[in-house]
Design a protein around this ligand. Structure first.
Ligand SMILES: Cc1cc2nc3c(=O)[nH]c(=O)nc-3n(C[C@H](O)[C@H](O)[C@H](O)COP(=O)(O)OP(=O)(O)OC[C@H]3O[C@@H](n4cnc5c(N)ncnc54)[C@H](O)[C@@H]3O)c2cc1C
Ligand SMILES: Cc1cc2nc3c(=O)[nH]c(=O)nc-3n(C[C@H](O)[C@H](O)[C@H](O)COP(=O)(O)O)c2cc1C
Ligand code: SF4
Length: 638
């Protein structure tokens, strides 16, 4: 569903739908917006509720979120991924968080989310299929005891996590469940763990204590469950007393559907919630790429769901609620890159962050105050690094002039929006354009650094980006070898066959771009990181499928040594030479290096200077935004 299709629809009436109250069982929620469960890694290693958790959720509650679904372990090891309710001693530590969220009128549900026995995830090998029948019964009891502790802590209800790949989801799966007892085989048996869990929670916590079931409406694995069978499970859950269904998608093998990348349309699961709503009597919550408030409104107004849930949209902007009803609100729209919130979190073992919002996960540590009012700052380079520095410094009260040699702001990130499915990446630039104009930042575009007036700058920020790294390749005279920038600048791509030299992040993006333009593409490079590492699971899943369809060939661990009219030569990791014949056009995507010449020209004696982004060190968009943010926040003025 695309945001433009709902633009211009009776603003006020549609808006009111999203902001009307609705019930989940006995609990009234003040509006239709729910934050779905997220393992944020904001707990400490003991799984305690921390200040970081409290500040993160409080910011979103203050903005007006209707309900939060917050994960906690009912059993299993306590870990930093989420808080714990694994024993009674843990109940009290939840109270300060829940009291604060309640004070803003939000309702809070605990997602009973086990740790340590999530088969199929994080290397865990304990399968719910190897447990005895009594083992399953005690697992169910443990979930129900977790729910009781949640109730005692002050949660308004619970959510059973039957989506994605945890033990409940595996037992629910007619395809994967290999049990031969009452918890496997028929659909009723596969659903039994959930129906018994619902009944037991109601028994322990009272019939009016709401229970939500989260389910993957489609498993999206070969032979996996589709929405029709999921509806049958939901009907059984409804019969057992469930108060709402929350529909998501995917299993561990199809993780790309749990947090889909930017090529997947906004509100992509609304058709599933619509289907469930037509079969069920209880309310249905839908999640999945809900970014624009108009899309959210439309889902509710069209009766496709009773509540919209979102995870990444509120990671990208804690003030998401404040965008509702506004035509031109400066929202940091989640671009579904997964870079900060999932890929880096996993790879670098960091807490959950957001590529475009350095404040996410830092709400307890960073307060930006007006401590530099009237300081005159010149930012040279309006790429992401320059814009991010200008963002912080303008919040601090500085008077800012930005210079860029190009006629538009955004730098290289404009090119990042050109490969398939990435047009939404322009929203990151759009955000800066809006907030910086609001703060009266003056833009001088088409103005190279020579035009920057020398003068009384309290600070000069050098954000001129890097220059192309050109490896030592023997190139025949007269051969046309393109840079990435010159390739994207071309209105027409004359050649039919391209060799992309370089298999880093940008190399893959360029190969994707060219192949989707109908070109035959060969990519050669020696980046030691594999594509999943570079691009993340979800993005690579869809790109790989496009590569396979378009016949993109990838020579990894190979270095191009010579380029000529007849073809190119390369050396593989074993030192073996090879030669590929053909008449290709070549694109060099070998990374960027700091442009010291540009930087040096500002390093004048007595001039306070910051060098940020790729002008300092080659990196990706997150490095540029976060690095510049941190430096601009730390800089002191006399
Ligand atoms: C095709 C492509 C896809 C990408 N995809 C992703 C992605 O999915 N995720 C990701 O994290 N990163 C991605 N990147 C990388 C990302 O775009 C860069 O890391 C990031 O934009 C660097 O920002 P920067 O501000 O440091 O530099 P730049 O974006 O290079 O900005 C520098 C700015 O300085 C200006 N400038 C330079 N010299 C002068 C001068 N002398 N005078 C005035 N102005 C000057 C330039 O015009 C430019 O606007 C991609 C890059 C490309 C090319
Ligand atoms: C950082 C992160 C952690 C998540 N952790 C959980 C979790 O603990 N339980 C769960 O059911 N889903 C989890 N999810 C999935 C989200 O709840 C949500 O279904 C998914 O991100 C799609 O919604 P979105 O497009 O609004 O992000 C997580 C997602 C993210 C980004
Ligand atoms: S890191 Fe990317 S996907 Fe994650 S919340 Fe931020 S913009 Fe969205």
């Amino acid at each position: 569903m695309d945001a433009s299709s709902v633009h211009g629809k009776v603003g006020c009436l549609v808006e009111n739908v999203l902001l009307t109250p609705a019930r989940i069982g006995s609990v009234e929620i003040k509006n239709r917006v729910v934050v779905s469960s997220m393992c944020l890694y904001y707990s400490n290693k003991n799984g305690d509720v921390t200040e970081k958790m409290i500040s993160f959720y409080e910011k979103r509650a203050e903005a007006g979120i209707g309900a939060f679904i917050i994960p906690a372990n009912p059993h299993g090891e306590n870990k930093r991924a989420r808080g714990s309710l694994a024993d009674d001693s843990r109940i009290n530590q939840w109270k300060p968080l829940l009291n604060i969220l309640h004070s803003y009128g939000a309702k809070i549900f605990n997602q009973i989310h086990p740790s340590g026995i999530q088969f199929g995830r994080a290397g865990c090998v304990t399968s719910p299929f190897s447990l005895t029948t009594e083992g399953i019964a005690s697992m169910i009891e443990s979930y129900a005891q977790g729910a009781l502790r949640a109730k005692k802590a002050g949660f308004d209800g619970v959510e059973i996590h039957g989506a994605h790949g945890h033990e409940v989801a595996l037992l629910l799966s007619e395809l994967l469940n290999t049990r031969k007892d009452r918890y496997g085989g028929s659909l009723e048996n596969c659903a039994r763990n959930v129906t018994e869990m619902i009944s037991r929670i109601k028994e322990l916590c009272g019939a009016d204590f709401p229970v939500i079931l989260r389910i993957s409406g489609e498993e999206r694995i070969p032979g996996g469950r589709t929405i029709e069978r999921s509806a049958e499970i939901c009907l059984l859950a409804e019969k057992a007393g469930v108060d709402a269904i929350h529909v998501s998608a995917g299993m561990p093998e199809s993780e790309e559907w749990e947090c889909p990348p930017s090529e997947i349309e906004e509100g992509h699961l609304a058709w599933m919630s619509g289907y469930l709503k037509r079969r069920l009597h209880v309310p249905v919550i839908v999640v999945g790429r809900i970014v624009d408030w108009r899309v959210a409104n439309r889902i509710i107004a069209d009766g496709e769901a009773d509540f919209v849930a979102m995870a990444r949209s509120v990671l990208a902007d804690g003030d998401w609620m404040r965008s509702i009803g506004k035509e031109d609100y400066p929202l940091r729209k989640c671009i579904a890159c997964n870079q900060g919130c999932r890929t880096r979190r996993e790879q670098n073992k960091t807490v959950c962050r957001c590529l475009q919002n350095p404040l996410t996960g830092m709400e307890d540590e960073i307060v930006i105050g007006l401590d530099a009012v009237g300081k005159k700052v010149c930012v040279v380079g309006a790429g992401l690094a320059g814009l991010s520095a200008a963002d912080v410094l303008s919040r601090r009260g500085c008077e800012i002039s930005i210079y860029d040699k190009k006629p538009e702001i955004g730098g290289l990130f404009r090119l990042a929006s050109m490969p398939p499915g990435k047009s939404g990446y322009l929203d990151v630039i759009e955000y800066y354009a809006k907030v910086l104009s609001e703060r009266k930042v003056v833009f001088h575009l088409g103005a190279p650094l020579e035009t920057v007036p020398e003068g009384a700058w309290d600070l000069v920020v050098v954000a001129t980006g890097g220059k192309d790294f050109v490896p030592s390749i023997d190139i025949d005279e007269g051969m046309n070898v393109l840079s990435v920038e010159s390739l994207f600048a071309k209105e027409r791509l004359e050649a039919m066959e391209y060799v992309v030299v370089g298999d880093g992040l940008v190399g893959y993006e360029v190969a994707d771009y060219l192949s989707q333009k109908g070109k035959r593409v060969l990519m050669v490079g020696n980046d030691p990181r594999d594509p999943v590492h570079l691009l993340g699971v979800a993005k690579w899943h869809f790109m790989k499928a496009r590569f396979e369809k378009a016949g993109v060939e990838v020579f990894r661990r190979s270095t191009v040594s010579a380029i000529g009219r007849e073809g190119f030569r390369y050396v593989d990791s074993e030192g073996r030479e090879g030669c590929v014949k053909g008449s290709y056009e070549y694109v060099l995507a070998c990374g960027y290096v700091a442009d010291e010449r540009a930087v040096r020209s500002f390093m004048k004696e007595g001039q306070q200077t910051l060098v940020v982004g790729s002008a300092e060190k080659n990196g990706d968009a997150m490095d540029a935004i976060h690095g510049a943010f941190e430096k601009a926040l730390a800089v002191t003025f006399e």
